[in-house]
Design a protein around this ligand. Structure first.
Ligand code: CP
Length: 307
């Protein structure tokens, strides 16, 4: 049966570990795997803007011997003009996999249900699972392990990165803390799913409103923009409510002395994170940005082998 990667919990802990192991191997031997030789084509569709995702998938598909077909929804029939299911049926006759950055998760679910080729979520309003594979690879490189570590996400708890940290962190056996205002709590269904996973992996999930409590003793501190794509009109209200969750040197000092800082980028310096932290010695953001390439290549190899 075709495997898709729509949410972080589409992978078991063993599968997540296998993909991270493969990513590390691919990183050390960049051109050693060519599953797309032919070349086969991978469709990479964008409803929203992107730098890292666009570049890392395009480069990664080429590294694997394939051809990336970058499609902007603005110039295609998808996006109101043709359904995800009909689009999927057209694409599967010609491409080896479909990568899609979109708004509602339901579109990805519809596409995956109507195609025989793997569908990869390149960011939706609900989840950003490819970013989490890169973040987990980076954390593992820095800390030598994932299980047992404490990771704190600060900011909008209903943000796709917060949701993905809950699911992927719990899958990895991490202790996931999300610190957010009461108006920006994570989706309770995602918290329940993460809780259920954590019971099986030895991890845990805790939601905080106090940022200092959430960061105390953390191994990894993470934030994301307060104004995700599509929320631009809410910026003033969000800045007012989320100001207390800004990651600055004072907040960072409450984490472990060897804690690392991650941000999926792009960052709004001075808002969710101070320049002192994002440009400081604990920040590993550029490693994570590079690891998008290696992690997604491993994901594509794994999905193609399981198709
Ligand atoms: N982190 C991330 O997804 O970056 P882009 O929006 O530039 O793709």
């Amino acid at each position: 049966m075709t495997r898709h990667f729509l949410r972080d919990d589409d992978l078991t802990q063993a599968e997540q570990t296998a993909i991270l192991d493969l990513a590390a191997q691919i990183k050390s031997d960049r051109w050693g795997r060519k599953p797309l030789a032919g070349p086969e084509t991978v469709a990479v569709i964008f409803d929203k803007s992107s730098t890292r995702t666009r570049v890392s998938f395009a480069v990664g598909i080429a590294d694997l011997g394939g051809v990336p077909l970058i499609i902007s929804t603005a110039n295609s029939q998808l996006g109101g003009k043709e359904s995800p299911s009909d689009t999927a049926r057209v694409l599967e006759r010609q491409v080896a996999a479909i990568v899609w950055r979109t708004y509602a998760q339901s579109g990805l679910v519809e596409m995956a249900a109507n195609t025989t080729v793997p569908v990869i979520n390149a960011l939706s309003d609900e989840f950003h699972p490819c970013q989490l594979l890169a973040d987990l690879l980076t954390i593992r490189e820095q800390k030598g392990k994932l299980a047992g570590l404490t990771v704190t996400f600060l900011g909008d708890g209903a943000d796709n990165m917060a949701h993905s940290y809950l699911l992927a962190g719990a899958t990895a056996g991490m202790h996931v803390r999300v610190a957010c205002p009461a108006d920006y709590l994570p989706d309770e269904r995602v918290v329940a799913d993460a809780d259920a996973i954590a019971v099986t992996t030895g991890g845990s999930v805790t939601i905080y409103t106090d940022p200092a409590d959430a960061v105390a003793g953390a191994d990894v501190v993470v934030t994301d923009t307060w104004v995700s794509m599509g929320k631009e009109q809410e910026k003033a209200a969000r800045v007012a409510l989320l100001g207390a969750y800004k990651v600055d040197a004072e907040l960072m000092s409450l984490a472990k002395p060897d804690a690392i800082f991650l941000h999926c980028l792009p960052a709004d310096r001075g808002y969710e994170v101070s320049s002192e932290v994002i440009d400081g010695p604990q920040s590993v953001i550029w490693d994570a940005a590079e690891n998008r390439l290696h992690a997604q290549k491993a994901l594509m190899v794994w999905l193609l082998e399981h198709a």
